[in-house]
Ligand binder design. Sequence first.
Ligand SMILES: [Zn+2]
Length: 536
Amino acid sequence: MKKEQIYLFDTTLRDGAQTQGVDFSIQDKIKIAKALNTLGIDYIEAGWPGANPLDTGFFKSKPSLDKSTLVAFGMTKKHGRSADNDPGLSSILDANTQSVCVVGKTWDYHVEVALQITNEENLVNIKETAKHFVKNNKEFMFDAEHFFDGFKNNKDYALSCIQAAYDNGARWVVLCDTNGGTLPHEISEIVGEVSKIIPGTNLGIHAHNDTENAVANSLAAVIAGARQIQGTLNGLGERCGNANLISIIPSLLFKNYFKDKFHISVDEHKVSYLTDCSRLLDEILNRKPNKRAAYVGSSAFAHKGGLHVSAVQKDPKTYEHINPEVIGNMRSIVVSDQSGKSNIISRLEKLNIKIDPSDEKIQKILDEVKDREFSGYSYDGADASFELLTRRLLGQVPDYIQIKSYEVKVIKEDNKTHNLNSIAKATLLIDGKEYLCEGKGNGPVNALDQAIRNNLENIGKYSEYLSDLKLIDYKVRILNTGTNAVTRVSIESTDQSNDSWFTIGVSPNIIEASFKALIDSIDYKLYKSKAPAGSK
Ligand SMILES: [Zn+2]
């Protein structure tokens, strides 16, 4: 059987860019377009020329792409103007792309309320716009806005709108669930009906995630006949987002139903770039990657329970639906108090620590982890503290900085203000020499952190290794173990390499817990930077 092609259309740079808090620069847009091209996406909708200087600028300096076709976006011509004299349509042509995608109304309610024109006038706008781009030799796509709501409200009219686009030369008619409220069974039914009038090979789906069904809706549309899927990287998009291409692609490529019937341009080789591509967007947006993201999240192939871990080591298929490596992700083994030796061994392997499985130190590490977990430590997600713990037990981490003493004060000076000041002092020992550090902060932990950080230049030979160390997240949890409450502090740190690492500290005292996590972060940074050991 010959496989049919499903075309992938990415709108991260257009629909995704309309998200709250997203503000791409031209360089960001070029970076993303290149990544999508490497992945092998068929169409990249890169913006709305004429709508803002940034998008117009992007098309002026558009990157040359060998795999993907750039698409300029816009809307149907305005009522009362000819297509040739419509400035919006001219801007789209000026973008000089091979393909254009133009949105138009298909819900009569919107025609009346938003456009305030007659249904007939809207049909003319769609028809004239299609003709105009076809005449100008463009591959024309019609985004049928609010199609599913329109279909439910006035089926004949919604169909006549897309028919007008198709009959006048639209290569693609894209059915949009603009408000995102449609469910998969409705998508199946409606796309099925539409495909009786317009061939599925000319139909696309543009789903929004307002019921958490954008991916399911996109797949349902394909099953019902549509052959183009529009979506974004990581589901970026306004409100709850767009259909997430990062989740859709591997399902099309690896799940038998789709794999047997369809072909996509992201082949088995290029898809290994998928995880990187997802993380690149997070990096550009300065967001923390979603651990729980399907396929590409760092937890997507993380195993915790001792039983799970030993089964996964016998055959990963026991607890994994696909092999993480094919999409550029990896398996991770999470240590917990349920874990046995096999957990520890796998985790050491991941850290590139070579150890004989029969080495008695493994038991020592396991006992230490269990002891600490009993007192409130949790090494799930605190990789750096785990690595330090094991390497210290194996004698691989030297002493760098020793803490001789520290002192923290919280001062409220004035009754009228709510300001609390915290002052911290710490005496550090490096190579036998004492360094007194002082810091001020809005809280005791902040003050302690400042005491060390502000004095980096004074703390001798380690200053060069620590100057780019940054604390990016700080979390406190109070745990109740029996009669005593203990505090668990976790810190996320980063440096100029952009790696981030997590360390933890536990103590009945919040300051001490914070300090332990902070010192682990510094030690980890020194260890990873291969800083020299301190002398006694
Ligand atoms: Zn949209």
